[in-house]
Design a protein around this ligand. Structure first.
Ligand code: TYD
Ligand code: MG
Length: 460
């Protein structure tokens, strides 16, 4: 038996060091390092010397199609995220901050699947059966034939799962509550997390059950982040949203069986999560019409166009270094846009605090949002509201040129559908026959042109 040695493992990123320190040198997290036992020596080599290898089987690439076996969960927004449904034998990790609604989402999906006649096991290590039942009653799902358990011991779980026909779906809520006697560390530490997840994933792969693991993402490092098991699973989806906002967004970070750029939009209501078929209408529902500092961005999330309001506030600063705060967008992108506005368009923001917010709790990753963000900034700076019926999209380059972006037709069609009549678009892309009914295009080649629109009181 190899001698066990002590190792210090960062609970946020999994980095191993030989000494404790307050801050992890590899991910920069504070207070995340915990002492754990690590096996020393090379157990793999010992096995090779023993000559105990078994012959492995090979297969052809033309094995049966997984598509045919996909199980739709009945929640369209979740299915879109997964690429059409759950794939048998695959493992899905659902990450998100505590309280965001992971348990609610999975209980709804589990109940829908169970109602459709497949066997579903829901293991809740965090909540007592009474609590889960209360939630089910609140969601109107109390009658669903879900097998509910609270086991957290790995060996017991695997023994239970192996004792009957494999369920179609196993939900583990959460993976951080699992523990195995074989690992000398507390539940929720990296060693426990890795060992238990690996065992369950290999069980699911061999039995053909779909495994869904819930993982809490916390910033304080008290429990290991689900990041350390991301490489083991087939699909990683993160459930996000702003606290206080009712919108929840499901985003695939990794997907071996589907797209990663799609988002699923839900609304958290008194009676659970409701799918949102038309997110644009929702994100624009309480728009501040006629107020300076807002602009509507016609964006794309995967294959779906989504309209969202970008809000900016530019105010004189009392600080030596003015504040720049941004929610829902990349702060570096904002810094770049401010520099371009200063250097190329003569908009002086150096003595102003700048706040930028994407309404509704959405997080934008598209460079196409540049033009809308610039419009919001300039509108706030000039106290001149952007026209009510206009949408914006286009990427701004460091030279101040507005570059073309993809999916122009879809963006324009979505805008037209929601009653917008004008679109400020990159000049390069507006040529040709890309005409959408009832939509007037205002081609913009340079960012200066956009600034000039706001300098005159009439933006007509
Ligand atoms: P939960 O699914 O327990 O979050 P997680 O598993 O990610 O920790 O959701 C908790 C929050 O959702 C809680 O603050 C209450 C709210 N909620 C509703 O608003 N409506 C509902 O129907 C349910 C079940 C929860
Ligand atoms: Mg939960």
């Amino acid at each position: 038996m190899a001698k066990a040695s002590r190792a210090f493992v960062c609970q946020a990123c999994g980095a191993v060091t030989s000494r404790w320190s307050g801050k992890c040198a590899s991910c920069g997290e504070w207070n995340s390092i915990i002492e754990e036992t690590a096996p020393s020596g090379f157990p793999a080599l010992v096995a090779i010397r023993g000559g105990k290898g078994r012959l492995a089987n090979f297969d052809t690439l033309a094995a049966g199609s997984l598509e045919a076996q996909r199980m739709p969960t009945g929640l369209a927004e979740l299915d879109r995220e997964l690429g059409g449904g759950l794939v048998p034998g695959s493992a899905v990790l659902v990450g998100g901050e505590p309280g965001i609604g992971k348990s609610t989402l999975l209980l709804q999906a589990a109940a829908k699947l169970a109602e459709s006649g497949v066997r579903v096991v829901y293991l809740s290590g965090e909540e007592a059966p009474a609590q889960v039942r209360m939630r089910a009653a609140r969601l109107g799902l109390a009658e669903a034939p879900v097998a509910l358990g609270t086991e957290t011991n790995l060996a017991n779980i695997i023994a239970t799962l192996g004792s009957a026909a494999p369920p179609a779906l196993i939900v583990i809520d959460s993976v951080q509550t699992l523990w195995s006697e074989g690992v000398d560390a507390a539940p929720g530490t990296i060693s426990q997390l890795r060992c238990c997840a690996a065992a369950l994933i290999s069980h699911a792969k061999s039995s053909g059950s779909t495994l869904v693991l819930v993982g809490h993402v916390t910033k304080d490092g008290q429990i290991a982040g689900p990041k350390v098991i991301e490489h083991m699973v087939d699909t990683v989806v993160s459930f996000e949203g702003l606290s206080g906002h009712q919108f929840r967004i499901l985003r695939a970070m990794k997907n071996r069986f589907g797209p990663t750029d799609e988002i699923g939009v839900f609304e958290m209501r008194q009676d659970g999560l409701k799918e949102v078929d038309n997110p644009s209408a929702l994100f624009l529902s309480d728009r501040d019409r006629g107020a300076p500092g807002t602009a509507v961005f016609a964006g794309m999330e995967g294959t779906r166009p989504i309209l969202v309001e970008i809000q900016a506030l530019v105010a004189p600063s009392w600080l030596g270094t003015p504040r720049r705060a941004v929610v829902g967008w990349d702060p570096n992108r904002l810094a770049m846009l401010i520099a371009v506005l200063e250097a190329r368009c003569g908009v002086r923001l150096g003595a102003h605090d700048v706040y930028l917010n994407v309404a509704g709790g959405l997080r934008l990753n598209e460079p196409a949002a540049d033009l809308a963000a610039a419009a919001a900034l300039v509108s706030s700076m000039s106290a001149n509201p952007a026209p009510d019926d206009a949408v914006y999209f286009g990427e701004v380059s460091l030279t101040g040129a507005v570059r073309a972006v993809g999916h122009m037709d879809q963006r324009l069609k979505e805008a037209a559908k929601l009653g917008f009549a004008r679109a400020m678009v990159p000049a390069a892309a507006s040529e040709g026959d890309r005409k959408v009914k009832d939509m007037r295009l205002l081609p913009i080649a340079q960012l200066e042109e956009l600034v000039a629109l706001f300098a005159t009181p009439s933006v007509e």
